[in-house]
Design a protein around this ligand. Structure first.
Ligand code: GDP
Ligand code: IMO
Ligand code: MG
Length: 447
């Protein structure tokens, strides 16, 4: 058995939905541990495309329990729309559970997110305007509303009697927006509560029971390492901890139960929203990647910025997440290219480094140092084994693995489940041995 965390190794949209769905075959429980409806995880099964914002990407397996964990923030209207989307395809939702301690995105959170982005002008973050930052801010400020508060109608009405006037002050005085009506908001959210109630549980208790029963648990990260509130490209980040460590806090488990961490990275790089992006290519190649990769945001529809693979942030993601192995997605998008560049280092003010600078101002001045590899100029979409890949594609993957010092366990060559090469099954396959200072595996460190 293995408890596995799946995280994004770049700026989000790496294909975590596809990889989580794929691995969910072998999982008993799938937990989303942070983020909210800013996430958009796509799962393609035959001719059907599911766009999931909050519901874990394991939901298409009827036997798998899916838990929206305590560290997430929940916009009930969007969640209910997701229920409807799945029910329309006869996907059963009995096994979907919602943590009672997750925080709720309220109407004022969205309004404040939108208005504050406008107020920032050229300093805007480029958020999804889904109220994520303000919901987490209220959680930290201890003015948040939790799922369990929605379950108590008198309590909710009472809380909103002071929360709404407080938020109305902000909406009206700071942003010149009309006020919200406390009773209207309470009525609406209590209706949502009726729909959510059958799913609400003590999530940490349930997940730890599953651990004790030695069931396989998959923790599904949203966003990506470089969008992490503590370790990303602050302030151009999201307001939660997508990194692997966030799984423990967000699910309510101890770090000792995590067996493996799988990083998902595209074979190139994309970013949505503002903020530095050293390998961004705004010439023809960025457009080729964007159009071949259909790089438009799943949540907002915005065009994603595109660029070459950046091994400096890749190595950083390996470090911050304690990554055991990688899933490289969208290799097929590179199929037509004559040559492919990989950023192997940065130059900051004339000094070369392979370490990601945690100083955001320095990061903004980084110039990529590229190595150029030959393209393979043939379709990889039908490849199902490593041996099926053209030599140049195999060399490209080896180069990435060497630069990042982490093995590649999965290669994805299309959005469909079958368009995948499993090099090593990250749930059942051997765990990478921990090495001592001489590179010798430590006894008992591999399972
Ligand atoms: P997530 O947020 O990390 O789950 O990623 P998204 O779903 O937002 O974006 C990834 C997009 O790429 C989705 O449209 C997927 O269907 C698609 N996708 C995933 N893997 C592959 C792949 O290997 N090749 C191609 N061409 N598309 C892929
Ligand atoms: P998934 O899970 C890509 C980006 C936004 C913005 C920044 C802050 O699909 O990979 P927020 O609304 O979170 O306050 O916005 O984070 N962002 C994402 N980018 N994929 C995501 O999720 C994202 N979620 C947030 O574009 O730059
Ligand atoms: Mg996405």
């Amino acid at each position: 058995m293995a408890n596995v965390v799946v995280i994004g190794a770049q700026w989000g949209d790496e294909g975590k939905g596809k990889i989580t769905d794929l691995l969910s075959r072998s999982a008993d429980v799938v937990v989303r541990y942070q983020g909210g409806v800013n996430a958009g995880h796509t799962v393609v099964v035959k001719d059907r495309t599911f766009k999931l914002h909050l519901i874990p990407s394991g939901i298409l397996y009827p036997e798998t329990e899916c838990i929206i964990g305590s560290g997430t923030v929940i916009d009930p209207q969007v969640l209910i729309d997701e229920f409807d989307q799945l029910e329309a395809f006869n996907v059963p939702l009995e096994n979907l559970k919602i943590a009672q301690t997750a925080h709720v995105t309220m109407p004022y959170h969205r309004l404040i997110d939108q208005a504050s982005e406008e107020r920032r002008g050229s300093h805007k973050i480029g958020t999804t305007k889904r109220g994520i930052g303000p919901t987490y801010a209220d959680k930290s400020e201890r003015t948040g509303i939790r799922i369990l508060d929605l379950m108590d109608s008198d309590g909710l009405r009472d809380t909103l009697q002071w929360t709404i006037p407080y938020k109305n002050d902000i909406l009206q005085r700071l942003y010149d927006l009309p006020p919200l009506d406390a009773n209207e908001v309470a009525d609406r959210y209590l209706q949502y509560a009726d729909r959510l109630r059958p799913h609400v549980v003590d999530a940490s208790l349930r997940i730890n029971d599953a651990v004790r029963s030695r069931r396989n648990i998959l923790f599904e990260g949203a966003q990506g390492t470089l969008l992490d509130l503590d370790h990303g490209t602050y302030p151009y980040v999201t307001s939660s901890n997508p990194v692997a460590g966030g799984a423990c806090v967000g699910a309510g488990v101890g770090p000792t139960i995590i067996d493996r961490v799988i990083g998902v990275a595209k074979a190139y790089t994309t970013r949505v929203g503002e903020g530095p992006f050293p390998t961004e290519t705004i010439d023809g190649i960025g457009e080729v990647l964007g159009s071949r990769g259909a790089e438009f945001g799943t949540t907002t529809g915005r065009a994603r910025r595109c660029g070459w693979f950046d091994a400096v942030i890749g190595r950083y993601a390996v470090r911050i997440n304690g990554m055991d192995c990688l899933a490289i997605t969208k290799l097929d998008v590179l199929d037509t290219l004559e040559e492919i560049k990989v950023c192997v280092a940065y130059e900051i003010d004339g000094v070369r480094t392979t370490d990601f600078p945690s100083n955001a101002r320095q990061f903004a001045r980084c110039k990529p140092v590229y190595e150029t590899l030959p393209g393979w100029k043939t379709s990889t979409e039908e490849c199902r084994e490593l041996d099926d890949l053209p030599t140049q594609a195999l060399d490209y993957l080896k180069f990435l693995a060497e630069l990042m010092e982490v093995p590649i366990a999965i290669v994805s060559l299309g959005a469909g489940r079958h368009q995948t090469i499993i090099v090593e099954d990250p749930i059942h396959g051997p765990k990478r041995a921990l090495l001592d200072a001489n590179g010798t595996p430590l006894e008992g460190s591999a399972s």
